[in-house]
Design a protein around this ligand. Structure first.
Ligand SMILES: NC(=O)c1ccc[n+]([C@@H]2O[C@H](COP(=O)([O-])OP(=O)(O)OC[C@H]3O[C@@H](n4cnc5c(N)ncnc54)[C@H](O)[C@@H]3O)[C@@H](O)[C@H]2O)c1
Length: 331
């Protein structure tokens, strides 16, 4: 029988690509998404339209904050694996709209844990974020580093959901892998993210806002490297075997893993690459540091490599090219 994967946030950027990866490999996938209007819903509809073409794909529209609805869809599909990606994302939006984050990221994740416990899930993979490293100054970020100083509410909700997951993993012996994503970009990406907004504004001759006067660094990770890493993890449930610098809990079958590109790129360099490929100069507006933002991120992915052989392949120059190709075709 085909392994059944239940994916929350399947019409979102990462969820869409992960769902497609599993469908291409012949798995049965059920997607769930609220199709909310945090950004252009048409983009979510277009992604869903592609997934709907697969005979092994089914979908329900709804909110993970509604436990009755969520448990009904999970119980009906009977997955052996849940990949939980639905969340309110975005650091900046969380400054003015914290309540949405509390609902989707904490109540929603609690509901997922509760249903995972009920069906005795074989493996629950949950999305977290590099932003949980917050004000840490030691680079690259390792999973075993302390993560006690989140500086945005978004990051705080992500860290909280990691803690909730650990308690459930411990109490009910639920195998859980937490994935800390590092700035994911690529085709079908998120319009609220900087690289997407920059592209749109450069093409329209509009100003782009550059925070911290460009002294910002991100570990940009191309979407195909992300889907590859997640796919390789499918059956790698957290077990007792400990690696060096392993984040595996000593009481629960839960592990935290970074998934990044392991290189930090300066924001101005990134913009320069966009300008070069687009053959158009950006009109730059230099701004101070944005509240809640971290200046720099950089992943250490040795643990993921030891477990799965993960090795990110896409340089940011190649990745931007692929994103721009998609952008030009789509818009
Ligand atoms: N893209 C990145 O760079 C990045 C970095 C770190 C972490 N993450 C995490 O990865 C996950 C996926 O992010 P993404 O970039 O694909 O974002 P996205 O916004 O494109 O996808 C999230 C999807 O979840 C859905 N959703 C939101 N709240 C929901 C709810 N309450 N019920 C049901 N559906 C809901 C949205 O409609 C959306 O389609 C998120 O958990 C996010 O926090 C992303």
């Amino acid at each position: 029988m085909k392994t059944k994967i239940f994916i929350t946030g399947s019409s979102g950027f990462i969820g869409f690509h992960i769902a497609k990866k599993y469908l291409d490999k012949g798995f049965k996938v059920h997607g769930l998404d609220s199709m909310n209007n945090y950004y252009d819903v048409n983009l979510k509809r277009s992604r869903l339209k592609i997934l709907n073409k697969y005979k092994n794909f089914s979908f329900t529209k709804g909110n993970i904050t509604n436990f009755k609805f969520l448990s009904k869809s999970v119980l009906k599909f009977k997955p052996s694996i849940i990949i939980h990606l639905a969340a309110q994302a975005g650091v900046r939006y969380s400054i003015k709209n914290p309540k949405v984050y509390l609902d989707s990221n904490i109540i929603g994740s609690y509901n997922i844990l509760e249903i995972a416990k009920k069906i005795k899930i074989k493996h629950l993979i949950m999305a977290s974020s590099s932003s949980v490293y917050g004000a840490n100054k030691k680079f690259p970020f390792k999973e075993v580093d302390k993560t006690d100083h989140q500086i945005s509410f978004y990051a705080a909700t992500k860290k909280s959901s990691e803690s909730l997951a650990h308690s459930y993993s411990n109490l009910w012996k639920l195998p859980i892998t937490i994935l800390r994503f590092f700035t994911v970009y690529g085709p079908w990406g998120r319009p609220d993210m900087a690289y997407f907004k920059f592209t749109k504004n450069i093409l329209n001759g509009k100003k782009i806002q550059i925070y911290n006067k460009g002294k910002m660094y991100r570990d940009y990770t191309y979407i195909d490297d992300i889907t590859d890493g997640v796919y390789k993890l499918t059956n790698k449930t957290p077990k007792n075997k400990k690696f060096i610098n392993d984040s595996l809990s000593h009481v629960a079958p839960m592990r935290v893993l970074n998934i990044g590109n392991t290189k930090k790129i300066n924001l101005l360099e990134f913009i320069y690459t966009l300008e070069k490929i687009l053959e158009k100069k950006a009109v730059k507006k230099f701004m101070p540091m944005q509240k809640g933002d971290v200046q720099s991120t950089l992943s250490d992915t040795n643990l993921l490599r030891k477990i799965t052989g993960y090795k990110p392949k896409t340089t940011y120059q190649e990745g931007i090219k692929k994103f721009l190709n998609w952008y030009m075709n789509y818009y």
